[in-house]
Design a protein around this ligand. Structure first.
Ligand code: SF4
Ligand code: SF4
Length: 373
């Protein structure tokens, strides 16, 4: 559990701009929490002292609100609608172009990615776990996705321990949070007087060394552990982590699928906010003059009608089969692909579902308590 190296340092509260400034000096565009359209998004910080304080969120089924933290902390907010996913797997990107010359000959050009160096400040443990899944999908041996790989390599991840999970969070039950344990370059835990800081990678160590921090005291390290345990204990939702494999594929004809289909709007929100989803569509966009075509990859969703089209028929013709595909893949058959569930307990699909559908409730109803943690 973080801190795990025995080499944690302490950054006093007023010195946060030193950390941001060091990342800026190394050429990183620093992204931190910014309120945009009523939600927290990771956006560029103009200056080293621009990281906002006092943001908090209230989240429940179908509800997300940005509020103020009376303690004016930097990281009291739980999460925004997006995690790390858009910074590594872009929601829309060109893969290749075709041009036709005056003689009618076609030339194909690959599109390469010039990925910006980005430091994400405030990444959560659940999102690191989700990124590890996306890495497995996009970077597995022999089939490395060059676009994803370029963006991923340019990221610097500053993780933070969640001190106050949202009511929708259940990362403790999936084993993915609330304290970051791996996958970060730097990890922070915010205490009243400052941050316990630990490096988790070579590039993180270089930044850590540049800050020249005093070691964290035993009392500060104990406070981090207590804070993490309290945050885990505060979570009220849960999903059994280990026993999901086979739990839903053996219940494909359960009447609850009809029940949830009557509520689900097939709006795709749950898949667009989920940090582990990787489905996409490929589209060709032809220029008006007909001389060039752009072949792009765009995020797609198993809730979309077109996603189930095969030649001549649709394998998921209704909302019942689409919701069932989402939940059975995410919680059950994902184990066959990745050796774990596809849910890291971030709770986003619960907060951002306009129909207030909660996958932990659906799972419990489908399994009627027969699947235990
Ligand atoms: S479960 Fe909710 S968020 Fe997902 S498609 Fe249905 S209505 Fe939309
Ligand atoms: S299924 Fe829902 S709770 Fe689980 S990782 Fe995806 S968005 Fe988060």
């Amino acid at each position: 559990m973080f801190p795990r190296t025995g080499r944690a340092g302490f950054l006093p509260l007023g010195e946060m701009p030193r950390l941001v400034g060091e990342l800026m000096r190394l050429g990183y565009e620093c992204l931190g929490p910014t309120v945009e359209n009523g939600a927290i998004a990771m956006r560029g910080l103009a200056t080293a002292d621009a990281l906002p304080r006092g943001l908090k969120t209230e989240q429940e089924k179908g509800t997300y609100r940005v509020t103020r933290d009376p303690a004016n902390r930097y990281f009291a907010w739980a999460n925004g609608p997006q995690g790390i996913r858009p910074h590594a797997f872009a929601s829309r990107e060109s893969l290749w172009r075709v041009a036709r010359d005056t003689g009618g000959a076609l030339s194909f050009e690959p599109v390469t990615v010039d990925a910006p160096k980005q430091a994400l400040i405030g990444v959560r443990a659940c999102d690191l776990a989700a990124l590890a899944i996306q890495d497995t999908h996009f970077l597995r041996g022999g089939r490395v996705d060059a676009h994803y790989a370029a963006r991923r390599a340019a990221l610097f991840l500053v993780a933070v321990q969640c001190a106050e999970p949202a009511a929708t969070c259940f990362c403790a039950s999936t084993g993915d949070g609330p304290t970051p344990v791996t996958g970060y370059d730097l990890a922070l835990a915010e205490l009243a007087e400052g941050f316990v800081v630990e490096a988790g990678s070579e590039k993180g160590q270089a930044v850590f060394d540049g800050l020249n921090l005093p070691p964290a005291s035993d009392a500060q390290l104990a406070s981090v552990r207590t804070q993490g345990e309290a945050a885990a204990a505060a979570q009220t939702r849960s999903l059994p982590a280990a026993a999901l494999h086979g739990a839903l594929m053996s219940r494909l004809d359960h009447p609850r699928w009809d029940d949830v289909a009557a509520r689900c709007l097939a709006c795709t929100n749950c898949t667009l906010v989920c940090p582990t989803c990787f489905c996409h569509a490929e589209v060709d966009e032809v220029a008006v003059d007909g001389d060039t075509t752009e072949h792009a990859r765009v995020w797609d969703s198993c809730f979309g009608e077109a996603h189930g089209h095969l030649h001549g028929f649709n394998v998921r013709p209704d909302v019942r089969t689409r919701y069932r595909q989402w939940l059975t893949h995410k919680l059950d058959t994902w184990h066959d692909q990745f050796g774990r569930s596809g849910c890291v307990g971030c709770g986003r699909c619960i907060a951002w579902c306009p129909a207030g559908i909660d996958l932990t409730e659906e799972f419990a109803a489908l399994t009627a308590g027969e699947v235990a943690a």
